[in-house]
Write a protein that binds this ligand. Structure first.
Ligand code: URA
Length: 242
């Protein structure tokens, strides 16, 4: 399965090698489209007190949130899953149809790819210790209708929840997947291709930028870069004092 993805298992001793077929002469990958540059969002009815909430209060606040129009079309909110003190935090974009049905992030096709990527570096969303079980959250907790792109106001309204999740988990590394996660966390409108390959920081936590799994499913040739990003995250985490 991993071979089919073009991803090799992480070896602590070995330097990550690109999968066969990549390199000079490979057709250039289509870059992820640049994020739209938008004017500052108008923020109304922003959830209050989020910054002091514990996990239970935060979960309830998300479930009850009606701060933007996405609440009208959702089946349920999608809070996040994983170890409450995970070393790794994965940040995606927004729930899709399956996530909206099941109430868990990344359970559709993108989620299968994400799980395979995590497994390749010894991580899991299933029960494990804090070093191996990740925490997965999205920038938006409600599904945008028809899986359209998040709007700036929606991102702004939902942001306090993600900020608090990061504060509570206090991860040792953050993997930001796709342009909306990057837009929210790094306040950058640069394309992923320009931001990946180096270490950024969010709330003092090292942050690695990578492609969104949904993008990788459409652009198989960029899986090798995503693998490099994962390896960079592993290396970065190893260099962070415990
Ligand atoms: N894509 C995301 O970014 N998050 C999900 O939960 C599902 C798909």
């Amino acid at each position: 399965m991993l071979d089919a993805m073009g991803i090799r298992l992480w070896s602590p001793e070995g330097t990550p090698q690109p999968p066969a077929g990549r390199g000079e002469g490979t057709a250039a990958a289509a870059p992820e489209p640049a994020a739209p540059v938008s004017s500052p969002a108008v923020v109304r009815d922003r959830p209050v007190g989020v910054g002091a909430m514990d996990w239970d209060a935060l979960r309830e606040a998300v479930a009850a949130c009606r701060a933007c129009k996405l609440c009208e079309g959702r089946r349920q909110t999608v809070f996040g899953v994983g170890h409450a003190r995970a070393h790794w935090m994965i940040v995606g974009e927004a729930p899709g149809e399956q996530e909206d049905r099941q109430g868990e992030p990344f359970v559709g096709k993108s989620g299968q790819l994400l799980d395979n990527m995590l497994r390749a570096v010894g991580l899991t969303r299933g029960e494990a210790d804090a070093a191996r079980q990740v925490y997965i959250a999205n920038t938006l907790k409600c599904r945008p209708p028809g899986n359209r792109n998040p709007e700036p106001e929606e991102l702004a309204q939902c942001e306090p929840f993600l900020i608090r999740q990061v504060e509570l988990v206090r991860p040792r590394i953050i993997l930001a997947m796709g342009r909306f996660a990057v837009q929210s966390l790094l306040r950058s409108h640069e394309p992923i291709g320009k931001l990946r390959g180096r270490v950024h920081h969010y709330q003092g936590v090292p942050l690695i930028v990578t492609y969104h799994p949904a993008y990788l499913l459409r652009n198989l040739e960029d899986k090798a870069k995503a693998w490099d990003d994962l390896c960079l995250a592993v290396q970065t985490l190893r260099s962070v004092p415990a």
